[in-house]
Design a protein around this ligand. Structure first.
Ligand code: ADP
Length: 228
């Protein structure tokens, strides 16, 4: 599903954020992208959803070379990828419902009634059905995180990317978020979670891909696609 072939990324000429990364994440896999702050985790996620193009090498998503996509093709790739950003990026003056519905509206996916059904379904899964009319400033950190997850999952993406999704959450909220990831993965979504949260990694036995100073330090046991 996700392949990196000798990928390097330099934001500036003499500062390489990723160095010669080659790895493969199989369809339906769940991996943790780990490593200290500055290791290159966010940069890898940005390469996967096509927000950055590699300085060298290739990133393939479902067999497609991301850097060869044209401006008009890129939105089609993005539709298949749900992203949960470190700072949630929720619209502060829109309701919970509107924040989630927007994913489907911008993609022109379905009638108003269809969209309403899908949004309520995913918000119910997140336990947020009683807060649909509130705006993000009136929610706790854990609740905002669940809205961000609902927005990322509402169109059933092939790939879910999450950047430090449990950053400011307490243990109970962390485990709740982890369970949502697990459920999405069970339904077939390939999940990539960038985190340096040891508790999260230890509580779920998924493959840890470890980065250090922009290099691949350890990519764990690759999962055989045949067994997926
Ligand atoms: P992580 O997510 O593991 O904390 P990042 O991918 O954010 O790591 O950063 C990797 C390296 O790239 C760091 O040295 C960081 O300072 C640098 N970097 C990240 N974003 C930018 C940017 N927009 N411009 C320049 N350097 C950046």
């Amino acid at each position: 599903m996700i392949q990196f072939h000798n990928v390097s990324l330099a934001y500036q000429r003499d500062a390489t954020a990723l160095k010669d990364i080659s790895l493969r994440i199989a369809k339906g896999e769940f991996v943790f992208l780990t490593g200290p702050s500055g290791a290159g985790k966010t940069t890898m996620l940005r390469l996967i959803y096509g927000a950055l193009v590699p300085s060298r090498g290739q990133v393939l998503i479902d067999g497609q070379n991301v850097s060869r996509l044209t401006r008009s093709q890129l939105p089609f790739l993005r539709r298949t990828i749900g992203v949960v950003f470190q700072d949630f990026k929720l619209l502060q003056n829109r309701t919970v419902f509107e924040n989630v519905a927007i994913t489907l509206e911008v993609q022109g996916l379905g009638s108003r009634a269809d969209i309403g059904k899908k949004v309520m379904h995913v918000l119910r899964q997140m336990g947020m059905e009683n807060k649909v009319q509130l705006t993000p400033p009136r929610l706790s950190g854990g609740e905002q995180q669940r809205v961000a997850l609902a927005r990322a999952l509402v169109n059933e993406p092939k790939i879910l990317l999450a950047d430090e999704p449990t950053g400011n959450l307490d243990d109970a909220n962390k485990m709740q978020i982890l369970n949502i990831f697990k459920e999405a993965n069970i339904k077939g979504t390939t999940v990539v979670v960038a985190t340096h949260d040891r508790r999260l990694i230890e509580n779920a036995h998924y493959r840890p891909i470890r980065l250090h100073n922009g290099e691949l330090a350890d990519e764990g046991e690759a999962v055989d696609e045949q067994k997926q």
